[in-house]
Design a protein around this ligand. Structure first.
Ligand code: GDP
Length: 138
């Protein structure tokens, strides 16, 4: 089983969408191997999104991730990384396919409700950034 890091972003937590998003996740064969609800600080988010530090949207992105609590999850299933990205939908909800989380719940590209690792290398980094091995139980 592959593992990926998922985040329910502040815009979705604020609108009480945790349960609806978890339902999509569990209905699509993912096991939630670790989960916590927390509020991220700016330095923590800047470290997490370090790969994007030179992008024009870095300041908006990091600020928006600190506007309220988030839910952090390690999720496991076959092909978890691409399967979670498929279930999330395109980064910009305007481009997202019908039936995806971003199509159904996101507000705009900055408030797009969920995060998912985009490669095995990034998933390993992102999981270890937020969780210790003993917290992860498939
Ligand atoms: P993802 O893997 O689909 O989340 O997309 P990226 O890794 O490319 O970008 C990370 C996050 O930055 C996205 O989920 C968006 O919330 C945000 N983002 C990306 N592009 C833009 C943009 O052009 N404007 C703004 N405001 N946010 C963006």
């Amino acid at each position: 089983m592959e593992k990926t890091l998922a985040i329910i972003k502040p815009d979705a937590v604020e609108r009480n969408l945790i349960g609806k998003i978890l339902d999509r996740i569990e209905s699509n064969e993912f096991r939630i191997a670790a989960m916590k609800r927390t509020r991220l600080t700016l330095p923590v988010v800047e470290g997490f999104y370090n790969v994007h530090k030179d992008r024009h949207f870095f300041k908006d992105l990091t600020a928006s991730m600190c506007t309220g609590p988030v839910v952090l999850m390690v999720m496991a299933r076959d092909n978890a990384i691409p399967e979670w990205r498929k279930l999330m939908g395109a980064t910009n909800p305007k481009d997202a396919d019908a039936g995806t989380i971003r199509k159904d719940f996101a507000i705009d590209i900055g408030k797009n409700s969920v995060h998912g690792s985009d490669s095995a290398e990034n998933a390993a980094f992102e999981i270890s950034y937020f969780f210790s091995q003993t917290e992860i139980q498939e």
